[in-house]
Write a protein that binds this ligand. Structure first.
Ligand code: KE4
Length: 427
């Protein structure tokens, strides 16, 4: 855990920045001890301010799928800097990234770029409410879609980790329009629709949830959501901020053959710089200002450096063997961890979605937040700490996804499994 210079910097940071961090899940609250302050990263490695090296399985919570400081991405950003960092005016770069995005997600006719996943989902909700003239939204307990008010109701990720799934400060008059269903339970969705048949603007769902840990959709669940939305005149929003480009080049909707009305993107699409995006059917998207009345804006939306990083990243992800390599590395790691847990007599349940996965310390299968929250978080905390001491940097929460990237080598996997074998001993 954060010792040496990390501990010193934390002491100063907590006086200046709430909790010493700019995003709660970074604070290591769920696993105890202080966070590592990072000084640099390269490939699959990350280095703390004391010079300790770790194999990085957070990858900035998803974006660093190519590994850190990919030469082509870095060179492109360096060149872009000399052309200016922000203009507040349209550039061809935005058109180029839009072309890549719409090619990857054929369900989308148009896209609007923003600077975070939160902005993407917040804006998509507003658009859905305007388009349908309805106020209600259905989300799923344990899913996280960023921290906009309507979505911070029984949220996952950091909110679940810190046990504040319903944040104070969210106005009750707004929260009452957010209905929480149970993931993988279509009956719970139908029940809300039948109670409020004309009130629901949209259902928003993570492509594959990664914010209660990775939880896979049951057969027919996503198609069932689409059918319910059609039956009750609501829009289906697929939040692919995490799953887009992580499951495959085209996200969960490609894998599960779903045609959502709107899709939200983030993380990988910015290649490590701040980019979010939301898009969908033309008749809906053209309601957005300035072509329509629904207002949405952003000073740094479509920022030229961020667009450059995103373009280079998506170009590299279109390489022929990219996803084959990602799946191979991910599966060899997960299979290794399962074998170790079995041999060490540690009950675990794993869920893999492309290049992201979770090892739940649980005897029961995990199909929803109710199951996930029953996992042994104390055991996870011990495992996490032992792995960190062995130079393996995992997400500091049972309710997060582990991210594998193209820079992870066979040597990294072997070292990780060796550490896991020791870490699981006596758990
Ligand atoms: P951002 O506003 O953090 O860019 O994106 C919000 C968001 C939206 N939708 C999904 C499915 C997401 O996973 C996220 C953000 N994910 C978390 C990790 N679980 C970001 C990490 C953090 O909060 O620091």
């Amino acid at each position: 855990m954060g010792t040496g210079r990390s501990a010193q910097i934390l002491k100063k940071a907590v006086k200046l920045i709430p909790g010493g961090v700019n995003s709660p899940v970074r604070a290591f609250k769920a696993v105890g001890g202080g966070p590592l302050f990072i000084s640099r990263a390269k490939g699959s490695k990350i280095y703390d301010v004391d010079g300790n090296e770790y194999i990085d399985y957070i990858g900035s919570w998803g974006p660093m799928i190519l590994g850190h400081v990919h030469p082509k991405v870095s060179a492109a950003i360096k060149k872009a800097v000399d052309r200016g960092t922000s203009y507040g005016a349209p550039t061809e770069l935005e058109v180029t990234l839009a072309e890549h995005t719409l090619k990857a997600f054929p369900s989308m006719d148009m896209v609007r770029f923003v600077s975070s996943g939160t902005e993407a989902t917040m804006s998509a909700l507003r658009l859905a409410r305007a388009y349908t003239g309805r106020d209600g939204i259905i989300k799923f307990e344990g899913c996280y879609h960023g921290h906009s008010d309507s979505l911070l109701v029984k949220a996952g990720s950091g909110a679940a980790t810190l046990g504040v799934p319903d944040s104070p400060g969210v106005v009750a008059d707004l929260a009452k329009h957010t209905y929480n269903a149970t993931y993988n339970d279509l009956a719970s969705v139908r029940a809300i629709f039948e109670k409020k048949p004309k009130a629901i603007a949209c259902v928003i769902v993570e492509g594959v949830p990664g914010n209660m840990g990775v939880v896979l959709p049951k057969e027919g669940f996503l198609k069932g959501l689409k059918a319910l939305c059609k039956e009750f005149g609501a829009l289906l929003i697929m939040d692919e901020v995490m799953s887009g480009f992580r499951l495959c080049y085209g996200g969960a909707q490609k894998i599960y053959k779903i045609d959502p009305d709107l899709t939200c993107l983030g993380k990988v699409i910015g290649g490590g710089l701040p980019v979010g995006g939301f898009g969908g059917k033309r008749k809906i998207m053209e309601q957005l200002a300035p072509s329509g009345p629904v207002y949405q804006a952003g000073t740094l939306s479509g920022n030229p450096l961020a667009m450059t990083a995103g373009i280079e990243t998506l170009k590299l992800l279109q390489g022929k063997t990219v996803y084959e390599k990602l799946y191979k590395t991910t599966n060899s790691l997960v299979e290794g961890l399962e074998e170790i847990a079995k041999r060490r007599g540690v009950p675990v349940r794993t869920a893999v979605a492309g290049s992201m996965f979770t090892v739940f310390f649980s005897e029961r299968p995990i199909a929803s937040w109710k199951d996930a929250r029953g996992a042994d978080t104390a055991k996870f905390g011990k495992y996490f700490t032992r792995m960190l001491k062995a130079g393996i940097y995992l997400p500091p929460s049972q309710f997060e996804a582990v991210f594998v990237g193209l820079a992870h080598t066979g040597k990294d996997i072997a070292k990780t499994l060796e550490a896991a074998d020791k870490a699981m001993k006596g758990l």
